[in-house]
Design a protein around this ligand. Structure first.
Ligand SMILES: [Mg+2]
Length: 373
């Protein structure tokens, strides 16, 4: 039996500037200070603080398991302190995702997004974290399908005997608040039938079929469901385990050779091409976008993110690479095409998606102007 280690990524939009652009250093420093203190006290083993656009992201490894009240409370308190600072500085959207006042042991359902995975450490445990800004949870459906079920993306599905047994996908129905597990390749068509509806069905976990090894955990927070109104997009995160009978690093990154369309962008109300970017370009500009996606790679050993001699975690910025220039260029080209449509569908999301946006206020305003025909 290998060592059991939990990887937790909790994120929250606590305020940014200018507008919905980036988390300023002063808030990142609050994250670093709090997590450094928690590491000294032995609550967590290692950490890395970063931002995906306007979202403050706390990546931690620890021994407390998933849904630990101590770990969730550490994140909640960190976001509270960052919110106070953001309010003092009058940053934009200060405390935007902090939707509830009372913390009761778990940040799920309170606003922050969480992806967590308790693993039994293998001989080597390489991990990739995805973090997106200005989009919704369903943005990961297409690449996760391609990584774990599409042999045209992942050679291991054809060449590696343990992977040939396939993978199990947990699909969350965000409308009915229910879940189902589908197995590929046997139920590939049924899986696509569901997860092609990205606004309703989202992949929340993936396991290797041969031994139920956990390989993916995503955040599945739907902010509008908590708040009952539009409060910004969910900006999902995912933790993906790779190699040793799982997709290789390059197979996890291969779907991002091309851009594709996701929900989000300006006021969370548009179809948008997604752009894989490095940490330095993790900031939305054009029409509050295009939605940006980060991929960070690291390894976990003896409960910690492997670090250098000075104790700095070795985190690799995987999209900081000319191999993704084509996707970035495609993204800008798609953006220029679809923005010509303004607020006409299909540039704007269909009405069924717009329930929690400003459109509902416009419809309310006009409701007495309609008469039977
Ligand atoms: Mg955001």
């Amino acid at each position: 039996m290998g060592r059991r280690t939990t990887i937790t990524l909790i994120k929250c939009d606590v305020g940014s500037l200018p507008g919905h652009h980036v988390v300023p250093k002063v808030l990142l420093d609050i994250g670093r200070k709090r997590l450094n203190q928690a590491k000294k006290e032995g609550l967590i083993n290692s950490y890395y603080v970063f931002h995906a656009g306007d979202d403050l992201e706390l990546l931690m490894t620890h021994d407390k398991g998933e849904n630990s009240p101590e770990i969730h409370s550490l994140a909640w308190d960190t976001f509270l302190e960052a919110t106070e600072k953001a309010k003092k500085l009058k940053l934009y959207g200060a405390g935007q995702d902090m939707l509830k006042d009372a913390f009761s042991g778990n940040v799920r359902g309170l606003g922050p997004g969480v992806a967590e995975m308790e693993i039994e450490e293998r001989e080597a445990d390489p991990i990739v974290v995805l973090a997106a800004d200005k989009t919704s949870q369903g943005a990961f459906n297409l690449p996760l399908f391609r990584i774990f079920a599409d042999p045209f993306n992942t050679a291991g599905l054809v060449l590696e005997p343990t992977m040939m047994e396939g993978f199990k996908f947990e699909v969350l129905d965000q409308k009915e608040r229910s879940r189902a597990i589908l197995k590929c390749p046997e139920e590939m068509y049924e899986l696509i039938a569901l997860i092609g509806s990205t606004e309703r069905y989202v992949i929340s976990h993936v396991w290797r079929a041969v031994d139920d090894l956990i390989c993916v955990a995503t955040s599945t927070t739907k902010l509008s469901m908590i708040a009952g109104r539009y409060v910004g997009k969910d900006d999902p995160v995912a933790i993906i385990r790779i190699q040793h009978g799982l997709p290789a690093l390059g197979e996890v990154l291969a779907p991002f050779l091309h851009s594709y369309f996701v929900e989000g962008w300006m006021r969370g109300s548009h179809w948008a091409p997604i752009m894989p970017v490095s940490l330095k370009d993790s900031r939305c500009t054009l029409f509050d976008g295009p939605p940006r996606l980060l991929a960070l790679g690291f390894q976990v050993t003896e409960g910690e993110i492997v670090s250098d001699e000075d104790g700095n975690p070795l985190i690799y910025d995987l999209f900081d690479d000319p191999a993704f220039d084509l996707a970035r260029r495609e993204c800008v080209e798609y953006a220029s095409i679809i923005r010509r449509m303004g607020e006409f569908e299909p540039a704007r999301l269909p009405e069924s998606y717009m329930e929690y946006t400003a459109l509902s206020k416009v419809l309310e305003k006009l409701k007495d102007r309609f008469h039977p025909v």
